[in-house]
Every structure is written in structure tokens, then in C-alpha cells.
Ligand binder design. Structure first.
Ligand SMILES: Nc1ncnc2c1ncn2[C@@H]1O[C@H](COP(=O)(O)OP(=O)(O)OP(=O)(O)O)[C@@H](O)[C@H]1O
Ligand SMILES: [Mg+2]
Length: 217
């Protein structure tokens, strides 16, 4: 992809304190005729390798090419943002990187291992939060830790730590419908971080947050 002419842009940043690789999508209102992502982002090292990923949806309404030949590498500790207008394929790309959606062509590797289904090596914070409505904040955050069979004491310590990190002290026993959109988004973020994944995929993670909370997180 030639970033200058495409409607999708990437930004890279190397944080100092973590070896986790993070990819965030950010919607950006840019009027463009074309609404698909094409090409590659400048490459780095190899925690995540995205090789010629293409995605075309076939349905009753015809064929829609959303991703064409996406190629980029992301190094350990690197944070990149994928920026593009609504409908250009940001969520589709993140779903493929997480193994939730098969690519039509191309390969995704995390630590050299091919991604075909979701695995604990990556965690995704969904644009629509995707919290379990019947579970409390604490149980939502602990869910992946329960599946991973972490000991109860460790689970509680980690859940409490991430509840504090996202500023939801006092809300552990609340249910998602009792929270604002931004608070629900923070639960989704805490749930993903608690899992301590190698690759963190954030789909417009701060969209529902106020500017101050966004800056703090
Ligand atoms: N399962 C599907 N079947 C058919 N088309 C789909 C499917 N999922 C997404 N699309 C189409 O693919 C395109 C990209 O969708 P996607 O959700 O990836 O966009 P996005 O960049 O995340 O948009 P937004 O910023 O609004 O979240 C859209 O035109 C959408 O209608
Ligand atoms: Mg999206």
C-alpha cells in the first residue's frame, strides 16, 4: 500500500515498558470513493507477521473485496494504529489477525505460528465490547482466567489489579447493563489485559471513553 494515496494509514510507536505487541484500529472520517484496505504497512520485526492477506465476502448482495494483499510485520513491544474510514475493513482485519475469520488468501503468524483459530497468544477488545451480560464486571474480567484454569487466589489478585487499572473500583459486582458505554469498554480492555497476551488487538478501544480516561489508559 502506498500510504499517501490509500484511505488507510498506520502509525507505529515503541513503548518502553512492555514486550506486548498492540494493534489498535481507529475510525477516521475521510471521504473516499474506495472503501477497502490495500497493500502493506512499513515493516519491522516479527512478533506478528501478516503475509498477503486478502478478504472477499461473497453473499446474496454480491461480492465485496475488503482486504487486498495486506503485508506487515509488528515487533515485540511495538504499538501500531490502523486508521481508516468506516467500512474500510479494520474490524475484518483484526478478526483475521485473531483467528475469528478466515482470510480468503494469505497467512498470519504470531511468534512464527500460523493463526487459524483464536488462541491465548492474542486477545481482542471488541468494538461492541462483547461482555457477557449475565456476568458481573469481576466475572467478565476473570472469564478467560477461569477457562485457563488459573488458581482462584491468582484469579482474584489479577482481576482486582485490572479493575483498579481501568478505574472501576467499586463496580466489580455490577452487571454490564448497570454501566455506561465507556465503563463497559474499560471492562473489555481489562479482560483482554488480564490474559497477558503476546498480541493485543484493540478495535477502536477508546471510542466510548472521555478524553481524560483515554489519556490515562
Ligand atoms: N460477515 C460479513 N459479510 C459480508 N460483508 C461483511 C461482513 N463483515 C463485514 N462486511 C463488510 O466488510 C466491510 C468492512 O467492514 P468492517 O467491519 O471491517 O469495517 P470497519 O473498517 O471496521 O468499519 P467501522 O469503522 O465502521 O467499524 C463493510 O463493507 C462490511 O459491510
Ligand atoms: Mg470496525
Amino acid at each position: 500500500m502506498d500510504c499517501a494515496t490509500s484511505n488507510v494509514h498506520s502509525q507505529r510507536r515503541l513503548p518502553r515498558r512492555t514486550s506486548r505487541t498492540s494493534i489498535a484500529s481507529i475510525a477516521h472520517s475521510h471521504d473516499s470513493e474506495s472503501s477497502s484496505i490495500k497493500g502493506d504497512v512499513p515493516s519491522g520485526h516479527q512478533m506478528l507477521q501478516v503475509q498477503n492477506v486478502c478478504k472477499t465476502f461473497h453473499g446474496g448482495r454480491g461480492t465485496l473485496e475488503v482486504l487486498r494483499d495486506i503485508r506487515f510485520n509488528v515487533a515485540a513491544g511495538e504499538f501500531i494504529s490502523i486508521i481508516g474510514p468506516s467500512g474500510c475493513g479494520k474490524t475484518t482485519l483484526l478478526r483475521i489477525l485473531h483467528g475469528l475469520e478466515p482470510a480468503t488468501r494469505g497467512v498470519v503468524l504470531v511468534s512464527g505460528k500460523r493463526v487459524e483459530t483464536p488462541s491465548p497468544s492474542s486477545a481482542m477488545v471488541f468494538q461492541q465490547f462483547n461482555l457477557f451480560p449475565w456476568l458481573t464486571v469481576a466475572r467478565n474480567i476473570a472469564f478467560g482466567l477461569e477457562v485457563a484454569k488459573l488458581a482462584i487466589a491468582q484469579r482474584k489478585e489479577r482481576t482486582d489489579r485490572f479493575v483498579r487499572l481501568v478505574g472501576l473500583q467499586g463496580f466489580s459486582e455490577h452487571y454490564p447493563h448497570e454501566l455506561s458505554g465507556g465503563m463497559q469498554q474499560r471492562v473489555g480492555l481489562a479482560r483482554a489485559l488480564a490474559f497477558d497476551p503476546e498480541v493485543l488487538l484493540l478495535d477502536e478501544p477508546f471510542g466510548a471513553l472521555d478524553a481524560i480516561t483515554r489519556e490515562e489508559l
